[in-house]
Design a binder for this molecule. Sequence first.
Ligand SMILES: [Fe+2]
Length: 212
Amino acid sequence: MGKELREKGYMSFSSDTAVSMIEVAQKIGKIFRVPTMPLVQTLTPRQKENELKNTYSGNFGLDDFPFHTDLAHWYVPPRYLFLRCIVPGPDVATKLIDSRDICGDIDADIFSRSHFKPRKRLDKAANLLKVKQGEIFRWDSIFIEPANSNAEMLKLKIQDAISNAKYISLNLDRSGQCLLIDNWRILHGRSAVSKKSMGRRIERVYFDEVMI
Ligand SMILES: [Fe+2]
């Protein structure tokens, strides 16, 4: 991992719009294939009513997407999240919070005593998850849920810390604009989508490893 990514937990840069996402991505890292998704996923604003409840759009539609890390309900979520703008949404902001800013005021003990589980998992033997697990930080207010009373308390503390945290607001406002995020450290969210931003198109891949 390069210095900028290691220090900030994310980096933003431009790419040549004549080059495909897959080619850009292959130069950056080792693409991680999510079994149920295409290798490159296209993100567009969606009306809540038309979407499945196991997606962010099915829960929040065009409203703000709350801060989360991706695939937080997996035992080991993908390490990096890479977004590339195809069509900008003029007034849509991507927002980032460094988990180090929100964990600092929470007692380390409560993290180790708090167990979460994937939402709606029928398999009772499913792994219990910790918000901080080795190098991994995960957070998602809908896809993981508290499995004990410590976790109920931790959830309140994290939500409170998120609402008070300073966040970085970026706009993927040019075609080819890229954002690489350490998904084990940085929470991301998205502002609401207005009518004029309905054409927004972002492509996404996940990486296990990156070369930059
Ligand atoms: Fe996400």
